[in-house]
Design a protein around this ligand. Structure first.
Ligand code: SF4
Length: 382
């Protein structure tokens, strides 16, 4: 599958509930009582029914339940939403249907239920295999809980499993991070996402005096991730994402849609959408979300038609996140100008520094460029 048709659609469903807030988290998520959870799912079903007609000509290639912690509410809520999606949208038979699950919230029964309802990919938030590090992050689980969830997911029949891990954590040594990477690969999941902690303003971490790894250790964590994963058969296809084997099979289709500027529709609180260069997002106040939908009102609060300049910028800085790079022929097809016409000076400068290279039709970051990707991508913004 390739997210290149303008009638292909991916759907993101936001589940904003968590058992409690982690100390580094700036996602739209919170703890909630059962009544609110029920009202939210009723509203979400309503949003699906109200929205679907607009997209009747689109074919849905992926669905992603993200959060928050989608595995926190009863599985039946998620399965009902999936049933509503199947009956209201044209979901292709081979669609990738993923759910994020957090250890400590996903029992074997829930996982089995997900599998039976058509979910075929599980993303498990391990973050670390060190219990002290997990405690310092404010996570609710320990490594034993992660292993139980992983084994339960395998037992429930999931073959497509992602493990999320994080580096640059407070109190994390290089050795302890390497042990986390090693333990993740020993399980041979089909996919591993390895992100580095970013301390965001507005989170408790931002106001704390954190013992973060020094720059040398931080760089070593980054380089060792690539080395260990490559040695164990994982190919890197995006700055922070690795898939087992050589082909595209285990790469996450849904996330590639974001990086390749495919169409995605966000459903649920605060979700964002982009359909054929129009970006829009939903309101973030849950009571207002529920109230508006009870009256069949729209929950979209912002809408922006991207101009050509913004589309080109996005095409470049999102596409360069992919190891294969940006498709220069597609750029020409979409904008009627070559990448070189628009970005000739920047390309020459970056190539001169050994940060960019051509590979057939693709323009991609070199290994050196990937190491300083944020700086290179910033150059592609006018
Ligand atoms: S589980 Fe994820 S979404 Fe929930 S609070 Fe923790 S980091 Fe945030």
């Amino acid at each position: 599958m390739h997210p290149d048709s303008n009638l292909d659609l991916s759907i993101y469903v936001h589940i904003p509930f968590c058992a409690r807030k982690c100390l580094y988290c700036d996602f739209l998520s919170f703890a909630a009582k059962d009544d609110l959870i029920k009202d939210y799912f009723d509203a979400l079903s309503k949003e699906i029914c109200l929205t679907a007609d607009t997209y009747k000509d689109y074919r849905v290639r992926s669905v992603f339940f993200g959060g928050g912690t989608p595995s926190l509410p009863d599985a039946e809520y998620i399965c009902n939403i999936l049933r509503a999606l199947f009956s209201n949208f044209n979901i292709s038979k081979d669609a990738e249907i993923s759910i994020e699950v957090n250890p400590g919230t996903a029992s074997f029964d829930k996982l089995e239920h997900y599998k039976a309802s058509g979910i075929n990919r599980i993303s498990i938030g391990a973050q670390s295999f060190d219990d002290d590090e997990l405690k310092r992050l404010g996570r609710i689980h320990d490594s034993a809980a992660f292993y139980r969830t992983y084994e339960d997911a395998v037992r429930a029949g999931f073959e497509n499993i992602n493990i999320d891990i994080m580096s640059a954590l407070p109190g994390q040594s290089l050795d302890s991070y390497l042990s986390t990477v090693q333990k993740a690969v020993e399980l041979k999941p089909s996919h591993i996402s390895a992100y580095s902690l970013i301390v965001e303003e507005g989170t408790p971490f931002f106001d704390m005096d954190l013992d973060l790894p020094n720059e040398d250790d931080d760089r070593a964590m980054y380089h060792e991730t690539k080395r260990i994963l490559a040695k164990n058969g994982y190919h890197r296809y995006e700055i922070s994402n690795y898939a087992l084997g050589d082909g595209e099979k285990n790469e996450c289709y849904h996330n590639k849609v974001y990086w390749e500027r495919g169409n995605y529709l966000g459903l649920g609180l605060g979700s964002s959408s982009m359909i054929n260069d129009v970006r829009f997002s939903n309101i973030t106040d849950i009571m207002e979300y529920i109230n508006r939908l009870s009256k069949s009102d729209t929950v979209i609060c912002e809408r922006e038609e991207l101009d050509e300049k913004s589309c080109m910028e996005e095409f470049m800085f999102l596409g360069l996140r992919l190891v294969k790079g940006v498709d220069t022929e597609l750029f020409y097809k979409q904008f009627g100008r070559t990448v070189r016409d628009v970005y000739g000076d920047v390309i020459d400068k970056c190539k001169g520094l050994g940060l960019l290279e051509n590979n057939g039709n693709y323009l991609r970051l070199t290994d050196k460029g990937l190491d300083v990707s944020n700086t290179v991508m910033a150059d592609f913004i006018f």
